[in-house]
Design a protein. Structure first.
Length: 280
């Protein structure tokens, strides 16, 4: 090897070293800014809470304490991360915006719709949720197609999974779009709507609280969709991967099922209250 070739090799080696030196800080900076590392350093897991959505979330007005299925998950996940839970109130409609704006780190109980997946990422499923209706007295449709008529008034809460589902499956029905699940339910009770769409986790609680509102019906074909946790879209997959592993561990050990059952029992729903065609 002559001097010129040797010098060329030194130049290539130097360039490679320089490139590594430049790339390493960039990678380190990216990793340092990841959700996972921020949680680990701040010791805070920022989650959302939605008032009046039992058994997902429940806030005691007197004490300010949060309970419910999603809060059980949040606290256990925080413990696994050696962090504490920090709660911000939100709505189903604003939850994705809260993730995007870095107001929260994770949102439990979201359905992975394509439009949401454009801006946030989703974990593996927490559970499978069945779409149901709470129908007024004397109304018991056998299929979704029976509801897909202009004369049928269907109440939904704006921006929710129920809203999206109704617009896709019942395009001919007359939608009564209201701000909250409680308002949508009240629409049936007051006669403004013939039925309200709710996933089973909510309809079971609604009817238990107020049996006079109507009857739970599971129209055919039975439609179930996964309920996941939403996380912010970022270059590092570390946090989402951790949550996926945490979910799998708790599902396989039966802990997840226990959280669901106990949260339903907290609001008075027993196993015998759950129709046989509703499975989680």
């Amino acid at each position: 090897m002559n001097r010129r070739e040797f010098a060329g090799l030194l130049g290539l080696a130097g360039a490679g070293a320089a490139a590594t030196a430049l790339a390493t800080p960039a990678i380190a900076q990216q990793t340092a800014g990841s959700t996972f590392d921020k949680i680990r350093s701040s010791k805070k897991l920022r989650v959302a809470g939605i008032v009046g959505t039992e058994p997902y979330y429940h806030k005691d007005i007197a004490t300010g304490e949060w309970t419910g299925f999603c809060m059980s998950m949040a606290r256990d996940l925080a413990k696994s991360l050696e962090a504490e839970v920090e709660i911000s109130e939100t709505t189903w409609g604003n939850a994705v915006l809260d993730l995007q704006s870095n107001k929260i780190d994770i949102m439990f109980g979201l359905s992975p719709t394509p439009s949401r997946a454009l801006v946030v990422e989703f974990t593996r499923p927490i559970m499978q949720n069945t779409f149901t209706i709470i129908a007024k007295s004397g109304m018991e449709p056998k299929s979704w197609e029976e509801l897909n008529k202009p004369e049928v008034r269907i109440a939904v809460d704006i921006g929710s999974t129920h809203d999206l589902f109704a617009r896709r499956v019942l395009p001919k029905a007359t939608l009564v779009a209201l701000k909250t699940p409680d308002e949508a339910t009240l629409a049936v009770q007051s006669g403004r709507a013939d039925a309200v769409i709710q996933v089973a986790m909510l309809s079971l609680v609604t009817v238990k609280k107020n049996p006079n509102v109507g009857k739970i019906v599971v129209p055919g074909p039975i439609v179930r969709q996964p309920t996941c946790a939403g996380v912010r879209a970022e270059d590092s997959p570390r946090f989402r991967t951790f949550v996926d592993n945490w979910l799998e561990f708790n599902r396989s050990s039966g802990v997840m099922s226990g959280w669901i059952t106990s949260s339903l029992e907290l609001v008075g729903v027993q196993k015998q209250d759950i129709p046989s065609d509703i499975q989680f």
